[in-house]
Write a protein that binds this ligand. Structure first.
Ligand code: NAD
Length: 370
C-alpha cells in the first residue's frame, strides 16, 4: 500500500486512538471525512504565517482567501496556498467574503485593537471566527464580539494555542490526577525586549503593553492549571520614564492572584528583558516545571511527583514536536467544531474572562482600563 503523508497522519492517529482505548470521537472521524474548512486569513503578519503553515498538516483545514493592505504580499502568499486572485480582499472590501462559498471561517491575526471590528464584520458576513489573543482591548469589546457571533449564529474561538498543546495538557493532567498533591502556589513569567518600531508599543493599536501581549499566557495558564477563577488580584506596574518605547504602554507588570482554594499565583511580564515563558507549580507532594512553556516548540516538562509506590518520582519530558504543530492542533480543533457543530474549548467567553482580569490587574496597578 502506498501511503501519502496525510494518509500516514490519519492512520497513525487512528492507531494511537486504538492503542490508548480512546473512542472514535467526532474529532477523530472528521480526520477521515475529507471535508476541509476554508479559512480567510485577515492580516498577513508573523502569526498568520505560522497558522497558514499549520493548516497544511491538518486533514480538515485549508487557506482559501486572504485580507491584506499589501497586494504584492497577498499575491505571493496566495500563490503558495493556491488562493485564487478573486479571493484576495483588502480591509475595505473584505465584507464581500459573505458571497465567497470557499470561506467558512476567518482567522483574525491583526493588531489587538482591530480584533473586535474584524470579528464583528466577519460574523455579519456569516463566517465563523477564530480570533487571536488577546481577544480585544476592553471588556466591552469582548462582549460585543460574543454577542455579534451569537446573533449571526456563527462560532467564535480565541486562539489560545496552549490549550491544544501536548506539554501544557500533560501538566494539567498531572495536577488533576493528584500527582503533586494539593497545589499551593504557582510562579509564571513571560516577556521579551521589544523592538522600538512595533505596533505593540502603540496603545491605540495594542490596548496595553506586555500584559496584553505575553503576560496573558501566564494569566491564562494559572487559570487552566488550577481550574479555578481568580478571587483576588493585586498588581504593580513600572516603566522607565527615560525609555522612549514606553510613552503609551507599560514596560513591566507583576501581579499576584489568589484563587478560591487558596492557591496563590505570582506572575511577571515585561517588554524590557528577555524572559522565557515558564510556569512552576508547587504542590504538597511535588512540583511541576514547564520551561519553556509558551513558545512554538522545544517545550520541556520536568517534575517531581508522587505515585502510590514511590513518593519521589522524577520526570524529564522534552517535547520534540516542531512548529507549526500548535497551530495545526488549534486549526484542527476549530475546524472539527465547525464540521460537527461542537463548542470550541476556548470560546469567546474564555477570552472575555481574561479581559476582565487584565482590566483588574491594570486597575490594581494604577493604570486606567475599560
Ligand atoms: P504582525 O505585526 O506580525 O502582523 C500584524 C498584521 O496586521 C500585519 O500583516 C499588518 O500588515 C497588519 N495590519 C493591518 N493594519 C495594521 C495597522 N494599522 N498596524 C499594524 N499592522 C497592521 O503581528 P503579529 O505578531 O502577527 O500579531 C498579530 C496578532 O496575533 C496580535 O493580536 C498578537 O497578540 C497575536 N499573536 C499571537 C501569538 C500566538 O502564539 N497565539 C503570537 C504572536 C502574536
Amino acid at each position: 500500500m502506498n501511503l501519502t503523508r496525510r494518509d500516514f497522519t490519519k492512520f497513525s492517529t487512528l492507531a494511537l486512538a486504538a492503542q490508548f482505548g480512546q473512542q472514535l470521537t467526532p474529532e477523530l472521524l472528521a480526520q477521515t471525512s475529507g471535508r476541509k474548512v476554508g479559512y480567510c486569513i485577515i492580516g498577513l503578519g508573523r502569526i498568520a504565517d505560522h497558522f497558514m503553515r499549520g493548516t497544511l498538516d491538518t486533514n480538515n483545514s485549508k487557506v482559501t482567501a486572504l485580507v491584506s493592505g499589501h497586494p504584492d504580499k497577498a499575491a505571493q502568499i496566495a500563490e503558495k496556498y493556491g488562493v485564487p486572485k478573486s479571493s484576495i480582499y483588502n480591509y475595505e472590501n473584505m465584507d464581500a467574503i459573505r458571497d465567497n462559498k470557499s470561506v467558512d471561517a476567518v482567522y483574525v491575526a491583526l493588531p489587538n485593537s482591530m480584533h473586535a471590528e474584524y470579528t464583528i464584520r466577519s460574523a455579519k458576513a456569516g463566517k465563523h471566527v477564530l480570533c487571536e489573543k488577546p481577544m480585544a482591548v476592553s471588556v466591552a469589546e469582548a462582549q460585543s464580539m460574543i454577542e455579534a457571533c451569537k446573533s449571526a449564529n456563527v462560532k467564535l474561538m480565541i486562539a489560545y494555542r496552549c490549550h491544544y498543546e501536548t506539554t501544557n495538557l500533560r501538566a494539567v493532567k498531572l495536577i488533576r490526577d493528584g500527582a503533586i498533591g494539593q497545589v499551593q502556589s504557582i510562579q509564571s513569567a513571560f516577556g521579551f525586549n521589544c523592538g522600538p518600531n512595533e505596533w505593540r508599543l502603540d496603545k491605540p493599536l495594542a490596548g496595553g503593553g506586555p500584559l496584553m501581549d505575553v503576560g496573558i499566557y501566564c494569566l491564562n495558564a494559572t487559570r487552566y492549571l488550577t481550574g479555578e477563577e481568580p478571587a483576588e488580584i493585586s498588581a504593580y506596574a513600572f516603566s522607565n520614564p527615560l525609555d522612549p518605547r514606553f510613552k503609551t504602554v507599560e514596560e513591566n507588570v507583576s501581579w499576584v492572584t489568589k484563587f478560591p482554594s487558596g492557591v496563590v499565583a505570582s506572575c511577571n511580564t515585561t517588554y524590557g528583558a528577555q524572559m522565557d515563558g515558564y510556569f512552576h507549580v508547587y504542590g504538597s507532594k511535588g512540583w511541576i516545571d514547564v520551561n519553556p512553556a509558551f513558545v512554538y516548540d522545544g517545550l520541556r516538562l520536568t517534575a517531581q511527583i508522587a505515585t502510590p509506590d514511590n513518593p519521589y518520582v522524577t520526570l524529564d519530558e522534552p517535547n520534540s514536536e516542531k512548529d507549526p504543530i500548535h497551530f495545526s492542533k488549534e486549526a484542527d480543533h476549530f475546524s472539527n467544531c465547525i464540521l460537527h457543530n461542537l463548542e470550541p474549548k476556548t470560546p469567546g467567553e474564555e477570552g472575555l474572562q481574561d479581559m476582565k482580569y487584565i482590566r483588574d490587574i491594570y486597575r490594581s496597578a494604577g493604570i486606567a482600563k475599560s
